[in-house]
Design a protein around this ligand. Structure first.
Ligand code: G
Ligand code: MN
Length: 278
């Protein structure tokens, strides 16, 4: 009885020793993330997105933020992203990612780069300042920048997001609907928002060559993309036979470990790498 009372005193959701231990570990990870962000111990990892019909080159890259612990090890995003998304730290991570991505675009005149953003960042003055400054410094940056928003995020504040997208598309920026199919897919989203790119969530892609369910689901999602004149991207392409299947299905671009994991040593940094390792 006494034992029961003890657990009952712990806030809802933390009602077993295991979940209590897990949440204690999460808290440590989140504290570490907050500290890392305060000290700007973050960097971008880059992953190529290749044209399905010309897989030996990158159509564009996606920049993914990596947060480091005090020893320089990367803290897996899955350990903090859901909790951080709604907090000030989440906004600052978005700012740092944008700052670093725009800097890379300014330094690499041939690069097209996609960066993830939360709809919440639109109303965050520092994020807007970083964006305006980056676009203002080099007139070619806007047309080489792609902003990725998940449908879950876009649906939070649809009016704000449509206004923001219209304004930036006018300046040449493209938009990708990220993780399509994973959230509460609302078809209204496709009619009211003009996304340029549709990224089909990896859960509908993995193992597609031998998975009849994914074959039907990915084909349906891709046909929606085509109907709305969007470039389609398949996420999480891990095997050659899946890449082949998706190409035959008419998907425009492919992204995933088969073509390369996100790396903090992208090809355009090769020269400086040689110099530092010499
Ligand atoms: O939500 P978004 O699509 O931006 O997330 C990209 C995430 O997916 C990154 O964390 C990246 O490391 C991961 N990722 C990239 N390629 C693959 C893949 O082929 N398989 C899996 N499981 N994850 C991947
Ligand atoms: Mn993304």
């Amino acid at each position: 009885m006494g034992q029961k009372k003890k657990w009952a005193d712990i806030p809802a959701g933390l009602d077993s020793p295991l979940s209590y231990a897990v949440s204690a570990r999460d808290r440590t990870a989140i504290d570490m993330v907050k500290r890392a962000v305060r000290h700007k111990q973050v960097m971008l990892a880059y992953q190529a997105i290749v044209p399905a019909r010309q897989q030996d080159r990158a159509a564009f890259y996606e920049g993914l933020i990596r947060v480091m612990d005090p020893t320089g090890r990367v803290i897996p995003a899955s350990e903090f992203i859901n909790e951080i998304e709604v907090t000030e730290t989440g906004r600052i991570i978005d700012c740092l990612a944008l700052e670093k991505g725009l800097h890379t675009l300014t330094n690499c005149p041939d690069l097209r780069l996609a960066l993830n953003m939360s709809a919440r960042s639109i109303g965050y003055p520092r994020w807007m300042r970083v964006l305006k400054r980056g676009l203002g410094e080099d007139p070619t940056v806007a047309e080489r920048l792609i902003l990725e928003i998940t449908e879950r995020s876009a649906m939070l504040v649809p009016e704000l997001v449509t206004g923001f997208m219209k304004d930036l598309q006018h300046k040449g920026v493209s938009f990708a609907l990220d993780d399509f199919g994973a959230g509460f897919t609302s078809f209204r989203l496709l009619k009211d928002f003009y996304f340029d790119i549709l990224k089909i969530d990896g859960q509908f892609i993995r193992g597609i060559a031998t998975d009849p369910d994914n074959q039907v689901l990915a084909a349906a999602l891709a046909s929606i993309g085509r109907q709305f004149d969007m470039v389609t991207v398949a996420e999480s392409v891990e095997k050659p036979q899946d890449a082949e299947y998706l190409t035959a299905l008419g998907i425009d671009c492919l992204q995933g470990y088969y073509f390369g994991a996100p790396t903090v040593h992208p090809p355009w940094l090769d020269v400086s790498l040689d110099q530092t390792s010499a």
